[in-house]
Write a new protein. Sequence first.
Length: 109
Amino acid sequence: MKSIRKWTVLTLAVAATLLSVVVAAGQTTPSVDRRENRQSRRIKHGVRSGELTRHETRSLARQQARIRRHERRVKADGTVTARERASLQSQENRASRNIYRKKHNRRTR
């Protein structure tokens, strides 16, 4: 009798762990995270090289913060739908264009 209870408890514990992993996996957006990191590095490089002015840097940083806030809101319900993912990618595309334009606009620090 005790061994049956142990196996039942063990099985329930494993099921709960797997369920939490599946739920957590539904909240991940690795492509957005990688892209945020790359864009952050591009901004830092622009600052170091002098290609970005202080105002441009602040503007790009605010844009990245808005994207992160949007990502947190999207993940809050536990699932990221295709439409939400497309919305995040659209924001990332716009941010990438802004970074490129501001780094190549001949304004320097």
